[in-house]
Write a protein that binds this ligand. Structure first.
Ligand code: DHB
Length: 502
């Protein structure tokens, strides 16, 4: 049995009528939205999660800034276990100590409304989603919405970078501001997201209380409170966009067949439903694209070496001009470990010619064989497209310009003489720029499946290594054969959140 709604509305004797359904934003006032949490408007709900009845209060559609541009997106849904209104305890947590799980539903840097407890496509039909799983385990859940790159109002774009991260941070500020009024501990906020949402989750964790975003909070009327969080869960983060093109070619150069979803068919309504297959584009890189791939690959070692990465024993992780060296060996070991874990759990790897098995498990992997075991997804440049056609070009537009470049390489080679995004805005979108921030989150869980081809595996590895070097507690792995996806291992995710929270 999965998560089914057993009862809604006035199931509990204490329940108030469902006024939220008639008034979408009950914190709206004559002059904007008021930010003091109002505990009076809720629905009392009961949902069966794996055979266990979970009772909770749903406070939905709370606009988290005083002057939203897009209230449908700049709002959150707060779900609180009913026990926390009756001095109860769940899983060792109570109304004071319960961590706050903060999932965002962002995909493709598109606008995303706050996910609801009964959303499909967040977990599959027969599996409880992350929100219900968290509630069942005694977490308070603040599911947050955020603006995205395609929003437009009266001929002006309202969700270009850095809107999405400003919004997530403003939502965190709302929770800190209301910490005494909302059950749960705002000092234990655990962010969760996948892909673009994973990148934003990481950025939220890295950039806690950075002064860089202050002007944006002022305009929106964000709560004057901390935007620090405690922990980050990031699935396949599409981050470090300035270096993602060269990282992609470092990994996939020489692999010339591509197969990818047709992003031109993407729309805000359809994309978050990850159960629907997207139309595919298949093809082979042109000679010109192969030349671009060679150039971008050649640029990666200088960037990688500039990071001065070290592994946990202090060994420098570097690359030579050909892209070989200790960093590549490190990545091979990451993939070998994933293969070995799958093998030890009973996965048959005998048909993977690039995996060398010994008596004890996976002895080695052949990197070239691994890279060529699947087609590439993106053609070069993978993110900053020369014709401004990528989602990321669209992310870095302005109020009046829909698409821009964000790397010097693509701007110089632009086929459309595209403009360049503001350097400060590019900085505000990359978690890598905030890892040494003293207020960055302490605990990190980063996952990127071995079958993921949306960005180079180097991107999440570099993030994990840098965080570890900065003294953070990092749980990083590349689960075997998992494609570009998130929330597929909720038991393990919440074992981790339990461990770090106690
Ligand atoms: C996502 C996937 C991508 O390949 C990308 O470039 C940006 C975002 C996503 O799934 O969110």
């Amino acid at each position: 049995m999965g998560a089914t709604v057993a009862a809604t509305g006035n199931a509990l004797p204490t329940a108030k009528p469902d006024s939220a359904a008639q008034t979408p934003y009950f914190n709206q006032t004559a002059d904007g939205y008021q930010l003091n949490f109002d505990g009076e408007h809720y629905r009392a709900l009961e949902v069966s999660v794996n055979g266990k009845l979970v009772k909770f209060r749903a406070f939905e559609n709370i606009v988290y800034v005083r002057r939203p541009l897009e209230p449908d997106y700049q709002s959150l849904n707060l779900y609180v276990p009913e026990a926390y209104f009756n001095n109860g305890t769940i899983n060792g947590f109570n109304a004071q100590s319960a961590p706050i799980f903060l999932p965002n539903a962002v995909g493709g840097y598109m606008p995303a409304k706050a996910a609801a407890y009964n959303d499909k496509g967040f977990g599959s039909d027969d599996k409880p989603n992350a929100i219900m799983t968290a509630l069942a385990k005694g977490y308070v859940v603040a599911s947050v919405g955020a603006r995205g790159r395609t929003l437009e109002q009266n001929g002006r774009y309202t969700g270009k970078a850095p809107a999405a991260i400003v919004d997530l941070k403003a939502a965190v500020r709302y929770l800190h501001f209301n910490d005494a009024r909302i059950p749960g501990d705002a000092n234990k906020i655990i962010s969760n997201g996948t892909s673009a949402g994973g990148a934003l989750s990481a950025l939220l964790g890295a950039s806690g209380d950075s002064a860089d975003y202050a002007a944006y909070f002022k305009t929106l009327g964000a709560a004057e409170a901390s935007d620090r969080i405690f922990a980050v869960s990031a699935y396949c983060p599409i981050t470090n966009l300035e270096h993602a093109d060269s990282a992609y070619e470092w990994e996939f150069n020489g692999l010339n067949q591509y197969s990818r979803m047709d992003m031109s068919k993407l729309n805000a309504a359809g994309y978050n439903d990850r159960s629907k297959p997207m139309p595919m584009l298949e093809g082979e890189l042109s000679a010109q694209q192969i030349a671009v791939s060679d150039q971008l690959k050649a640029a990666f070692p200088a960037y990688l070496n500039s990071l001065q990465l070290k592994d946990e024993r202090g060994t420098p992780l570097t690359l030579d001009a050909q892209g070989n060296g200790t960093f590549k060996d490190y990545m091979k070991e990451v993939i070998r470990r994933a293969a070995d874990k799958a093998y030890q759990a009973g996965t048959d790897l005998s048909d993977q010619s690039w995996v060398s098995l010994s008596r004890d498990g996976v002895a080695a992997i052949d990197w070239h064989g691994y890279v060529h075991s699947q087609k590439r997804m993106k053609s070069p440049p993978a993110f900053d497209a020369l014709d401004l056609s990528s989602g990321e070009n669209n992310l870095f537009g302005t109020q009046t310009v829909n698409n821009q470049h964000f790397t010097a390489y693509s701007q110089q080679h632009s086929s459309l003489s595209g403009g360049m995004a503001d350097a400060q805005i590019i900085k505000l979108m990359n978690a890598m720029n905030y890892i040494d921030n003293p207020h960055a989150a302490t605990h990190w869980r980063i996952r990127a499946g071995t079958a993921d081809r949306d960005t180079s595996h180097a991107i999440s590895a570099i993030l994990a290594i840098k965080l570890t070097m900065a003294g953070k507690r990092v749980d990083y792995a590349t689960p075997w054969a998992v494609p570009h996806a998130g929330d597929y291992d909720l038991d393990e995710l919440f074992q981790w959140t339990d461990t770090i929270s106690r």
